[in-house]
Design a protein around this ligand. Structure first.
Ligand code: G3I
Ligand code: 9MR
Ligand code: ZN
Length: 532
């Protein structure tokens, strides 16, 4: 069906601002119609947007006045129809459930029983003792979450995912408390924290005796489209890196605050790991950042600038332990530059949030400067969103590999600005990034598998490709304007507008893969904007 009306296919909370996008050359009159055909609202989409990212003209229509719970669709006078959508207090509960259960389904080294994983069930995978690159050492690195469509496990994106999931639980405890673990256990932890612990436990295995942290564990090369327990090649642990060490220091300090009330002994384990990593960090330099060793061609997650990760580590340890040396380290780095970003290569916002919210003494002028810069970043995202036909806070050139992470993280920056200023337009624009991901986009696709009325169906994800069905709750990486994989090059035209450059085929890893740190950004955004 050729669509011309675009809405959030998963729906809207009653109090949300609700806008639809109409692909049209002139203003559009429309009705909001109930599932039994009653016209409950008449509107006029008169706000025109020349949409460079999508190569089209759009009109925006507001139907925020419709608040009564129910299922609706939008109909125009030429009888074009939108996807149906719900309005209600709980429209995002199932979305959150699916997007969080993805992490369980990505577990490595754990037998996923059919009663919990359905057709994605498999025996424990990648449990063999691994070899440490360049040494004669061998070690157990079982556990953690597969990174994405591949089966590699990487500390840097893992730390980002853990931080964002913890922030999601923090910002919306009511929503996170509704999460039901697919597999029942007798753990005393809340199900969300139990799942996050699975990754934390694995990351701490990657810490060397001297406190430094290995960058990743994977086979030497990407395997074919097989199930995880069918990949039996040797697992190699790649050398240590500054970013992995700093990220582990930071995220275990952050996590220890969350686990303290439920499991003090585990919180102490996290705290010790954090201190050991931080102490190791001062003696580490890795100019140019991590690079794959020869003959290892899996994901790199290289990052030449580790100052933001060092900032994050200092700020989290200061918020956790309150010792002056951590404050001095953070303030020294921040006096040179305040970093921003929700990751994976730019982790500065986590540092800023920790420093802004610590109970220990801080430099008030530095806090003001940080808050000003975060608000200015929100203003920049607000300008992008207001100029776009779909409310998307991305410039045409920002649709690159993982652009949906760009949209989700932009939403988080907007939400930070809302929390700092109380200005509703920041909250609305943050929610617009969620609506974009769930269907209000030029492709009219819900970018979260198994959700909405018309979701991506062929993600670059080995279990999904092997089984020929999309695992539910996975956020597609999203359009990539420079067609960075053979499938995209082979099918998408060279001049395709960037916001339309997504190929819903298993082979397109640059436009349609999935990743734990894309899902975590989505989960944090959903938790944030649905808290209001
Ligand atoms: O930021 C620059 C932008 O300034 C520039 O205009 C644009 C065009 O050159 O490039 C942008 O950087 C891109 C970056 O993603 C943006 O985050 C790089 O070109 C692009 O190569 C990079 O792709 C990364 C990809 O691995 C290839 O290295 C993705 O971020 C990253 O998410 C992805 O991660 C993979 C893992 O390696 C393996 N597991 C799957 C995972 C997801 O695909
Ligand atoms: O599946 C891999 C995906 O996770 C990575 O993001 C991508 C880029 O590194 O590579 C994918 O693996 C492909 C490999 O790079 C080339 N041969 C085909 C592999 C499966 O698409
Ligand atoms: Zn595995």
């Amino acid at each position: 069906m050729y669509k011309t009306i675009f809405v959030d296919q998963c729906g809207y909370l009653p109090g949300m601002t609700k806008q639809a996008t109409f692909r049209a050359d002139a203003p559009v009159s429309f009705h909001v119609v109930t599932s039994d055909g009653r016209r409950v609202f008449r509107g006029n989409a008169g706000l025109r947007r020349e949409n460079v990212s999508a190569g089209e003209t759009d009109y925006i229509g507001d139907f925020s006045a419709v608040t009564a719970p129910g299922r609706y669709r939008i109909v125009t006078e030429d009888f074009s129809e939108s996807d149906t959508f719900e309005i209600g207090e709980d429209v995002y509960t199932d979305v959150f459930q699916k997007a969080f259960a993805f992490f369980y389904l990505q577990r490595c080294g754990h037998t996923l029983p059919e009663r919990a994983a359905g057709s994605f069930a498999h025996l424990a995978c990648h449990t063999k003792i691994a070899s440490v690159y360049g040494t004669g050492k061998r070690m157990d690195v079982s556990g953690g979450w597969h990174d994405a469509g591949d089966y590699g496990r990487y500390v840097v994106p893992g730390a980002m995912a853990v931080a964002q999931l913890l922030y999601a639980c923090d910002v919306n405890p009511l929503l996170s408390a509704l999460y039901r673990a697919p597999e029942k256990t007798d753990s005393p932890l809340p199900p969300c924290l139990e799942e996050i612990k699975y990754e934390l436990d694995w990351m701490m295995k990657l810490q060397r005796e001297d406190g430094q942290v290995y960058h990743k564990a994977s086979c030497r090369r990407f395997c074919g489209f097989i199930m995880p327990d069918q990949e039996t090649e040797e697992i190699v642990v790649s050398p240590v890196s500054v970013t992995a060490t700093a990220d582990l220091a930071a995220v275990t300090a952050l996590a220890s605050r969350f686990y303290r009330e439920y499991d003090p002994a585990y919180a102490d384990r996290l705290a010790l790991s954090s201190r050991r990593a931080y102490d190791a960090l001062s003696g580490m330099e890795l100019p140019g950042g991590f690079k794959n060793p020869p003959e290892i061609t899996t994901g790199g997650y290289g990052d030449p600038n580790d100052a933001d990760e060092r900032c994050w580590a200092a700020a989290e340890l200061y918020k956790t332990f309150g010792e002056p040396r951590f404050r001095e380290d953070f303030e020294r780095l921040a006096s040179q530059q305040i970093y921003h970003g929700y990751g994976w290569g730019n982790m500065g916002t986590y540092a800023n949030l920790a420093y802004l919210t610590t109970a220990f003494p801080t430099d008030e002028s530095l806090k003001e400067k940080i808050a000003e810069e975060m608000t200015a970043l929100g203003e920049e995202k607000l300008r992008l969103s207001a100029a776009d036909g779909y409310g998307t806070a991305l410039a045409p050139k920002q649709y690159h590999w993982g652009s949906n992470l760009g949209a989700a993280n932009s939403g988080l920056h907007l939400y930070d600005a809302y929390r700092l200023t109380g200005r509703r337009e920041f909250l609305d624009a943050a929610a617009d990034q969620l609506h974009y991901l769930l269907g209000r986009n030029p492709l009219g696709l819900c970018y979260l598998t198994g959700c909405g009325t018309d979701a991506v169906k062929h993600p670059h994800h080995r279990p999904s490709a092997f089984l020929g069905k999309a695992m539910p709750g996975m956020l597609s990486g999203g359009p990539c304007g420079y067609r960075a994989d053979p499938a995209a090059k082979g099918v998408l035209s060279e001049d395709i507008p960037p916001a339309r450059a997504l190929l819903d085929m298993y082979g397109s890893y640059s436009t349609n893969e999935v990743a734990i740190y894309w899902n975590s950004a989505f989960v944090q955004l959903l938790a944030s904007v649905s808290r209001g």
